[in-house]
Design a protein around this ligand. Sequence first.
Ligand code: MTE
Length: 308
Amino acid sequence: MLIKTKSNILSGEITDRAVFESRREFIKAVTMLSAGVMLPGSAHAQTPVDSYSANLQVSDRTDVINYTNYYEFSTNKHDSTILAKALKTKPWSVEVVGEAEKPGVYDLEDILKDNPVQERIYRFRCVEAWSMVVPWLGFPLGDMLKRFKPTSKAKFVEFTTLYNPEVMVGQRSSVLDWPYVEALRMDEAMHPLTMMVTGMYGDELPNQNGAPLRLIVPWKYGFKSIKAIVKIRFRENMPETAWHKVAPREYGFYANVNPEVPHPRWSQSRERVLGGSIFTAKRNTEKFNGYGEEVAALYSGMDLTKYF
Ligand code: MTE
């Protein structure tokens, strides 16, 4: 997270007007899905991703799977591709604890039976000022959380990554206080854009990208999108999170993509898109990573320079 390289460069751009139009269709369709409406011609709930993605140039898969942030394996963007192969991701279970009526240990296989996988193409923006566009496979986080019946006391939901320093060799160093923990406010977690991800590019999630289960919150910096989740805790109070713990002035709890709030050590107003060449221009970073129309209301009345 603290290291920058020159190898991540802009590849594609999108037109504002086209994005505006397609986003409206996307949200309409997401709302239909949330209401249980099937789209024509689909046996399972199918995302409206085609209309949304039409204007986003998908990043090259090779770039996305070979340039990862996964400190449990390495602080280097390339080594996790090899090192994470050692992680056994089947069978996998998720422990659910805290403020919920249905805590327990759930097999991922069973979770998947209840949650049909959809494809969604999202732009994903790292706090280190690079971004990519990925066709993720997964399901709305909120659909899964509802099944655990959070109580009225549940104001936050916390996620924990596997702790296994024998395999996750990066956990032998103290670069973070392991295990990796991230969290969302309940309304952020229940937002239809927030996704539990199990795959990408029409296939299983590569280990280095967080297999078998990771979070994707497209309007937040990448560090919120925790990988290899083994535990979910519903909480009344705001949890401490991994990056906030190690550098509270640099990594806030909210971590909403915001070009107006620079990281203390670099600007957040521009980003390089993964792929391309070093001669390709950067793109302007959009507030909430371009998803403001959908999510800005979650933060109305909040001073986002204070709650960064
Ligand atoms: N989750 C865990 N458990 N460990 C990590 O080091 N890195 C985060 C996030 N999730 C990280 C993690 C950061 S900083 C980013 S930018 C994204 O994963 C990167 O996702 P990607 O490697 O699939 O592109």
